[in-house]
Design a protein around this ligand. Structure first.
Ligand code: F6R
Length: 619
């Protein structure tokens, strides 16, 4: 949430910042802004509501050869979406500009104190309090040999701040420097040749360098074109650990697709292959994971697994419950990370905790993970983002390897989480009572999954036609049983996120206990009906809805002999993957496509739905 990019070096900063902002737009798109510093003039601050392109237009009106600058794309927390509340924010003495991601909880107290000291404020944001606090400390701070007065003023200010921040600051008296700091909001340094960058996400600077240092909470960094140094907020020196980013910038480009969501839906066969690659052990009919850091003996002792996540990742946790209980026969609990963190749940000592997070930065999930680790539980993570805070702090984990997911609505990350959860269930199951033959059947089926997903993607044209037919409705209901229930919830979540249609997911039998009151000819239902024992019950539920004039789209992998063509107004027939473990993924793809095409039919900004941002780093 909120994207930060800073540049200091031999090139012109403005265009590089603008390019970085566009790459980080998924983190927030309420407003954007830059502060440029060329050493001779005042700070040039340009900011505007809407996309970074509007700031680009302003930049073209202001010739500027600055080699130092910071920039920001905002997801509003404090203060409305206005030009005035857009970042960067300046101190009232005009010396500092700051971009900030996070929430300064005690900003009102800081603001009152600074107003008493003669500093003034023009915005309603918490971040402006920090800009003025830094100016206040800078004014007080004497020049000391061996100390950077700019860094010291930022560092000392942060000692008075409650809350979270990823921030970058420039100072008019120090034109070739940027100071950054992080607590709770991600920040990394890109190390170049005669230039250095700072950003919320490596995507912002991958065109310039793949050498990166991820900052930890409580660290402060000072960048110049040739150098960078890191300390803690308590002034302890830090030896930086440099890493190389694996993926390249082409993976984050749209290519021939109209939207990132479309691209990412169609990338799923590849993403699933990447998630599974090298992770099957054929001789033992099980899965294997390199980074779990847990001895089999310890895993054998586990008598409960807790899965934690938020949003779509939480729904992956719900599917994991079915997988792990079915194949490993271990009791599972699924909880929102945000609830787990504060609930102080009593857990058995042999509990294994799994946190699922695509970004690896979702603050609720990060804090839930820290809480579980603090209590001494073995805590593992499934995450897509190498170098993310969750990936760096866990006891062990599994990378999804599904490549960058840029669209705000999660798609390929969800299906790759489902596959990895199935593999975790296989792995834990084969340590217990899951037979060699059953393990083999599951692993063989999973290997064929990418091919089946390609077949589902071939239904895109049919699904687009249905989407056009249903796009004018304002309410829809998704229904499923067992492991199709979380997929019904995911279908509803995708639809409401990007089409703004009011959509609900229900467990199909629960319909009769209340929600059926919503059914009429203006409220279509989408039934997820896999082969198997729940099929007759689901078909009865379809009848109950149709009897009340509710239009029905039925998605099924059962043959025509079991689900006739007149069973519903519209039917989407999926390939039969031949094993139930594949169903959650195979039924997800059509609901993703349906949401995508409804959003297209409604002419909506698919990748940037209103009020949302990817990577939610506030509580
Ligand atoms: C929905 C969506 C969100 C995320 C949630 C968790 O399409 O993308 O609900 O799933 O914010 O994000 P991660 O997985 O990054 O922790």
């Amino acid at each position: 949430m909120c994207g930060i990019v800073g540049y200091v070096g031999h090139q012109q900063a403005g265009p590089i910042l603008l390019e970085g902002l566009k790459r980080l737009e998924y983190r927030g798109y309420d407003s954007a802004g830059v502060a440029l510093l060329d050493g001779a003039e005042d700070l040039l601050v340009l900011k505007k509501t809407g996309s970074p392109d509007r700031v680009g237009a302003l930049m073209r009106q202001h010739e500027n050869a600055a080699h130092t600058g910071i920039s920001h794309t905002r997801w509003a927390t404090h203060g409305e979406v206005t030009d005035r509340n857009a970042h960067p924010h300046c101190s009232s003495d005009g010396k500092f500009a700051i971009v900030h991601n996070g929430v300064i909880e005690n900003y009102q107290a800081i603001r009152r104190f600074l107003e008493g000291q003669g500093y003034s404020f023009v915005s309603e944001t918490d971040s402006e309090a920090l800009a003025n606090l830094i100016a206040y400390h800078f004014a007080k701070e004497p020049e000391q040999p061996g100390k950077n007065r700019f860094t010291e003023s930022v560092r000392k200010s942060l000692l008075h701040v409650d809350g979270t921040y990823g921030l970058a600051v420039v100072c008019i008296d120090r034109p070739g420097e940027i100071v950054g700091a992080r607590k709770g909001s991600p920040l990394c340094v890109g190390i170049g040749q005669g230039e250095n960058m700072i950003a919320s996400d490596v995507a912002a600077f991958l065109n310039y360098t793949r050498r990166v240092v991820y900052l930890d909470d409580g660290q402060v960094v000072t960048l110049s074109p040739q150098d960078y140094s890191i300390t803690t907020v308590y002034d302890e020196s830090v030896a930086p650990v440099e890493r190389q980013v694996e993926w390249n910038i082409e993976e984050a480009d749209l290519g021939a697709f109209a939207h990132y969501m479309e691209k990412e839906i169609f990338e799923q066969p590849k993403a699933l292959e990447n998630a599974m690659r090298g992770r099957f052990s054929d001789d033992c009919s099980t899965a294997k994971f390199g980074g779990l850091n847990v001895e089999p003996r310890e895993l054998r002792q586990i008598d409960r697994v807790v899965f934690l996540g938020q949003g779509t990742a939480y729904l992956a946790c719900m599917v994991a419950e079915y997988f792990v209980e079915r194949y490993a026969r271990i009791p599972v609990e699924v909880e929102y990370s945000s609830e787990f963190r504060y609930r102080n749940a009593p857990l058995d000592k042999n509990t294994l905790v799994f946190v699922i997070s695509q970004s690896g930065e979702t603050l609720d999930s990060l804090e839930a993970m820290r809480e579980a680790m603090r209590k001494g539980y073995r805590t593992l993570a499934i995450t897509n983002t190498v170098g993310s805070t969750i990936a760096r702090e866990n006891d062990g984990g599994i990378y999804q390897h599904c490549g960058p997911e840029i669209s705000v609505a999660a798609t390929k990350s969800f299906t790759s989480q489902l596959v990895l959860c199935a593999m975790v269930a296989l792995f834990l199951g084969r340590m217990r009572d899951l037979s060699y033959a059953e393990g083999r059947a599951i692993s063989q089926a999973l290997r064929h999954l990418p091919g089946h997903v390609t077949q589902v993607l071939n239904l895109a044209e049919h699904i687009q036609k249905l989407a056009a037919k249903y796009a004018h409705f304002e309410d829809m209901i998704f229904l499923g049983r067992q492991d199709m229930y979380p997929i019904a919830l995911e279908g509803a979540l995708k639809l409401k996120e990007i089409t703004y249609i009011h959509a609900e997911g229900y467990q199909a039998a629960e319909m009769k206990h209340g929600p059926i009151a919503l059914i009429n000819e203006r409220c279509p239902s989408i039934f997820l009906v896999p082969r198997g024992e729940s099929l007759p019950k689901m078909l009865s539920n379809v009848q109950e809805v149709r009897a009340r004039k509710g239009p029905v789209i039925l998605i099924t992998n059962a043959p025509e002999s079991e689900v006739a063509n007149d069973a519903a107004e519209d039917i989407i027939r999926l390939p039969d993957g031949g094993h139930e473990v594949l169903d959650p993924v195979l039924f997800t793809v059509p609901v993703q496509l349906f949401a995508y095409y409804v959003a297209l039919a409604r002419g909506l900004p698919v990748d940037k739905p209103r009020n949302l941002a990817k990577s939610v780093t506030v509580e």
